[in-house]
Design a protein around this ligand. Structure first.
Ligand SMILES: Cc1cc2nc3c(=O)[nH]c(=O)nc-3n(C[C@H](O)[C@H](O)[C@H](O)COP(=O)(O)OP(=O)(O)OC[C@H]3O[C@@H](n4cnc5c(N)ncnc54)[C@H](O)[C@@H]3O)c2cc1C
Length: 373
């Protein structure tokens, strides 16, 4: 794969990588999408069903503003590429605690959106998709970057590389000396086939979400076409995705609080061994905001201590799109479009303060401001 000026390599084919790849292809870039698994959306984006909704706070925060921008973008991407009933469905959700009331939302199978983005990009003939391509090393060359896999096998070379590999970004950037504060947060969702009427009129949310009915013909064969779900648990620092009875019980408590009738049904299903589960690992940053932007140069000294984060030195041609945490559906499309605009040198769809809030160099910048020791 020769390095060329309008050729980018994107690493990771989950929501973040697929959103970046399609945004670059729409802008005319040739993109090589490399991912470790044997299919796209094999990481956290394999979630059977998630909720697309904004993160609402009493006063605006960077996350509430990002999701307010991101939700309508994802929604229009769904409308553009994924038929209702084959990967998503619009709903209303009853918020029981925080931000009480009924709100518009959507239930989404992230893998359907990833597949739609990849299919669109492949149809432009500007995308080449490489599955089973685990990137083990990233090395600077005079022309840009060389990526290699197990045993040093050459995978790709390009002047522009986007790391969208969730926690996989950590090993790759650690080797460059970046020490990005990315943390795993494991979670388990409980679900099961829905037989008979739904046990609540619409999804209920407080500490977790109970989805009484989700219909998706694309869920087969792994999952039933019509299901209920509740989740998810939250285990900071854990990476083991083995399903546990304890996590099902935690989810049972959630559903008992949100919809008592559904709680009884789930308790019965648990006793009968009929509850299914899915566990995955979210990638979160120390300040819980995503990392979207140019990678910091860990070796070059910062411009001046007083200068803003944007003055931090960068590694030419290397970008990050990761740490979407629990908000991948709300953030991925916005993140992909933002990054593609940055790479093209165009205005980014984010206000300056939001751009700084998601800048991957912010941690190094804060460190530099505090000074040595
Ligand atoms: C239990 C649970 C419930 C959730 N519920 C919701 C929800 O309701 N709403 C919501 O918006 N979000 C939810 N999320 C979060 C959402 O799933 C994530 O934010 C999103 O999927 C992250 O996408 P990603 O592309 O960053 O990461 P991933 O989907 O994990 O993709 C990373 C990709 O990188 C690849 N990769 C990793 N390392 C390498 C390497 N070295 N070389 C090549 N490829 C590599 C992997 O194979 C994978 O394809 C939930 C997550 C969990 C775990």
């Amino acid at each position: 794969m020769p390095a060329s000026e309008r050729h980018a390599v994107v690493v990771g084919a989950g929501l973040a990588g697929a959103a970046t790849a399609v945004a670059l292809c729409r802008r005319g870039w040739q993109v090589s999408l490399l991912s470790a698994g044997d299919q796209v959306a094999d990481g956290a984006s394999a979630l059977p069903v998630g909720m697309l909704s904004p993160h609402v706070t009493r006063r605006p925060t960077p996350m509430s503003r990002l999701t307010a921008l991101g939700v309508p973008i994802t929604r229009s991407e769904l409308e553009r590429g994924v038929p209702v009933g084959q990967g998503w469905q619009p709903v209303e959700v009853d918020n029981r605690g925080h931000d009480t009331g009924r709100h518009p939302a959507a239930l989404v199978r992230p893998g359907a959106l990833v597949q739609a983005w990849v299919a669109e990009a492949l149809a432009t003939r500007r995308l080449s998709l490489h599955l089973g391509a685990e990137v083990r090393a990233l090395e600077r060359t005079p022309a840009g970057w060389r990526l290699s896999g197990p045993g040093g096998r050459a995978l790709a070379e390009a002047g522009t590389v986007v790391l969208a590999a969730a926690l996989g970004c950590r090993a790759l950037t650690d080797a460059l000396g970046m020490a990005l504060p990315l943390r795993p947060v494991q979670g388990q969702m409980s679900l099961g086939p829905l037989q008979g009427p739904a046990l609540a009129e619409r999804p209920q949310r407080d500490d977790g979400v109970f989805v009484p009915e989700y219909l998706d013909t694309g869920l087969r064969p792994r999952w039933p076409e019509r299901l209920w779900s509740v989740g998810s648990t939250y285990r900071r620092g854990a990476t083991d995705t083995t399903l546990t009875e304890a996590a099902h019980r935690e989810n049972l408590e959630r559903v008992q609080a949100l919809a008592p009738m559904a709680g009884q049904a789930m308790e019965h299903a648990l006793a009968e061994g009929q509850v299914m589960g899915w566990a995955g690992v979210r990638c979160a940053s120390l300040d819980r905001l995503p990392l979207i932007g140019a990678a910091p140069d860990p070796v070059a000294p910062p411009a001046t201590r007083a200068a803003g984060v944007r003055a931090m030195p960068r590694l030419p041609g290397l970008y990050l799109n990761c740490a979407l945490g629990s908000r991948g559906l709300a953030l991925a499309a916005l993140a992909g479009q933002t990054l593609a605009a940055l790479i093209d040198g165009d205005a980014m769809p984010l206000d300056d303060d939001l751009r700084d809030a998601v800048d991957p160099a912010r941690f190094a910048w804060r460190q530099a401001r505090r000074g040595p020791g």
